[in-house]
Design a protein around this ligand. Structure first.
Ligand code: WT7
Length: 648
């Protein structure tokens, strides 16, 4: 497979960008022509229809395809025996595994039969809650094969979070594992699912794959074993299933993500546009060359895993490396061991992982051969210069371009990034928009920030026109999609991020401008954490803000009003109450949302109209003691002194 649309020079990038803006339909049509379609779009008019007011965005509507034919079938003749997935287990002693394109195709087809046999139909929502094992990719692709809409939930979410998502998606099937290995931990996935299913009325079947072989309860008529179900298909000698004919605009998956309200949103991506955009950015940002080994360390439970572990690489006929474990298990040299063992060419990870590994010094890198590396990437949060240089010097040995890829669950794949070795890198800057992406900065009134020549300007980051990977809706609530992303500024998609732009058009993301936190590259809404804290008996009110955290990027700081005396009350000391609150948050959302700091307060800084002044709380959490800004409009300014004195 070659990629005729792979950009080879800065000049080519500029020309592609120019064309993509002047003639978006023509630009993406040329690229789409290199994919496998069951039926193509009728005419150029059908390539793109859009209106950001509603919003409606349709790419290649009426064209028919199946993403798995592009990820699997079309590679069989040329690279059937090439590894599609290389899998490395959590335990370094456990055998790693290779699935060739031929094998993966067969396994996806067989599992697609299993889904059908169990009653899954096109359009049904299937929740996938599994660890990072090849069967997770197989489950995802098997859903896509038969046109079921997958909704993968990260293994760190609690039963309550899963229950909420099942309800919202009206999911009818679950695919899970007995358990998952992550570092020194075993996560009892099936048992969490059992808790999530108490009171659930929509789930018909749960398919359980064995991995840890921990004891699980299997309910007759509802729960079936993955292995038994596949055995029935194998016994019949079945290795193929016709791919369901999907409209390019049929939903492919739902992925839940946090916003500034308490309830996560089900971001919906569709088949055609998402495929093209994930593939295009994979091929261009990483400058993937056939035969190379691509290692994206993200879990498939997040969008990064969807687009750069599964769909991007496989649609490009690449070899994708899937790692079950964590960077620090059994020690902080694990990534380097994996790079050495498989001769990894592209390593794509998060700044938080880099910062955490930096903390272990250079020892874990010693004796590891990293000379196979050609390209490094980061994603999920701004990368500080120190981490950038550490990555560049010690991992890339100053020979590997680093791509800083800015994007979001809603954008499907990268919107801003340098292209490895093709467009210039600038440490801690995501740099230039991808072809097809009309980035703008606007002020609070929605006016475009132009800036004078030679100036660096700042503003809120928006996009003026659709690219193929943009979200189409939020599941079950289109109005929410409109108000969240398309109503803040007229005729624009609003990202929720602030950014700078330099004189050369490079962007530097400064962070969220809404009440959304980015903790270790994971998005968490402050309102969601507050709701969880407020569920705890004894909590009267709470306010959650972010503060700079050396490893996580942002930490979670919670101010809590607790009934009675919080220092010593009938439920024990403040520390015990803190632990109880953390337990409640773990139950309601998952351990990833646990506050790093909890400060008990007797009141919160509120305006006369009752609005919490978060600006003050943020400053205090950041360690600011003096310039807290104007506090004269507060109902009770004295509360600020109390909070300042009690800072943790
Ligand atoms: C938010 C999206 C994209 C997949 C992982 C996170 C922040 C993401 C960068 C980057 C600075 C970044 C933004 C964005 N973000 N990449 N390279 N530089 N910030 O996906 O959970 O949807 O979060 O992550 O704030 O809005 P997500």
């Amino acid at each position: 497979m070659s990629y005729p649309y792979q950009i080879k020079s800065f000049e080519e990038y500029k020309a592609a960008y120019q064309k993509s803006i002047e003639d978006p339909a023509g630009f993406w049509e040329d690229i789409a022509n290199h994919f496998t379609w069951k039926k193509k779009w009728a005419s150029k008019e059908d390539v793109l229809r859009w209106n950001f007011k509603e919003p409606t965005v349709e790419w290649f509507k009426g064209a028919k395809m199946n993403i798995t034919e592009n990820c699997l079938d079309r590679h069989l003749a040329e690279r059937g025996n090439q590894p599609a997935i290389i899998w490395e287990a959590n335990d370094p002693e456990y055998p790693s595994r290779i699935l060739t394109y031929k094998k993966l195709h067969e396994k996806v087809c067989q599992f697609a039969h299993v889904l059908k046999n169990n009653g899954v139909q096109k359009g049904d929502r299937v929740c996938i809650y599994m660890g990072m094992i090849p069967r997770l990719a197989i489950a995802v692709l098997a859903c896509a094969r038969i046109g079921a809409v997958h909704s993968v939930i990260f293994g760190g979410f609690s039963a309550q979070s899963i229950a909420d998502r099942l309800e919202d998606a009206q999911a009818t099937f679950i695919i899970t594992c007995d358990g998952a290995y992550r570092g020194a931990k075993d996560i009892p996935l099936k048992s969490v699912i059992d808790d999530a299913l108490i009171g659930n009325k929509t789930i018909k079947k749960v398919i359980v794959a064995t991995r840890t072989r921990t004891a699980v309860s299997m309910i007759k008529g509802r729960d079936v074993w993955w292995e038994d179900e596949v055995q029935h298909i194998e016994d019949k000698g079945i290795t193929y299933i016709e791919a369901e004919e999907m409209d390019a605009e049929d939903p492919l998956f739902i992925l839940y993500t946090s916003g500034s309200t308490g309830k996560p949103k089900g971001v919906v991506h569709t088949c055609g546009g998402y495929m093209i955009y994930a593939n295009y950015t994979f091929v261009n940002v990483f400058q993937y060359q056939p035969g190379q080994i691509h290692f994206c360390t993200a879990d498939v439970g997040w969008i990064t895993g969807h687009s750069y572990v599964v769909y991007g690489p496989l649609s490009a006929g690449a070899t994708t490396l899937m790692f079950e474990g964590v960077p620090t298990f059994p020690d902080a040299g694990r990534f380097w061991d994996i790079v050495d063992k498989f001769k990894v060419n592209i390593l794509y990870t998060a700044p938080t992982a880099i910062r955490s590994l930096m903390g272990f010094g250079l020892g874990p890198l010693q004796g590891k051969d990293l000379s196979s590396l050609k390209v490094l990437g980061t994603v999920g949060e701004p990368i500080n210069e120190e981490a950038w240089h550490w990555y560049d010097e010690n991992v890339g040995k100053k020979k590997c371009p680093i791509v800083d890829t800015w994007w979001q669950t809603e954008t499907g794949a990268c919107l801003i990034s340098n292209m490895a070795g093709i467009t210039p890198a600038k440490p801690s800057w995501a740099t230039l928009p991808m072809p097809g992406v009309q980035m703008v900065l606007v002020d609070e009134n929605g006016k475009e920030v132009e800036g004078e020549a030679g100036q660096t300007v700042s503003g809120n980051l928006c996009v003026k026109a659709p690219w193929p990977g943009i979200l189409r809706t939020t599941w079950g609530d289109h109005e929410r999609c409109r108000t969240n992303y398309f109503a803040t500024y007229d005729n624009m998609y609003f990202t929720g991020d602030g950014a700078l732009r330099d004189k050369d058009g490079n962007y530097r993301i400064t962070g969220r401008v809404d009440d959304v936190l980015n903790v270790s590259g994971h998005r968490i809404g402050t309102a969601e954490v507050e709701n969880a804290i407020n569920m705890h008996a004894g909590v009267v009110e709470s306010a959650v803000v972010g503060y700079p955290h050396e490893v996580k990027g942002q930490g979670i700081y919670a101010y809590v009003i607790y009934q009675g005396s919080h220092a010593q009350n009938t439920h024990g000391s403040g520390d015990l109450v803190r632990k109880d609150i953390l337990q409640t948050v773990t139950r309601m959302i998952g351990a990833i949302a646990k506050p790093d700091k909890i400060q008990f307060v007797s009141g919160l800084p509120k305006t006369r109209s009752g609005k919490i002044m978060r600006r003050i709380l943020r400053k205090i959490a950041e360690g600011e003691t003096e310039n807290l800004g104007d506090t004269s409009t507060l109902l009770d300014p004295a509360v600020v002194d109390e909070i300042l004195n009690g800072r943790i």
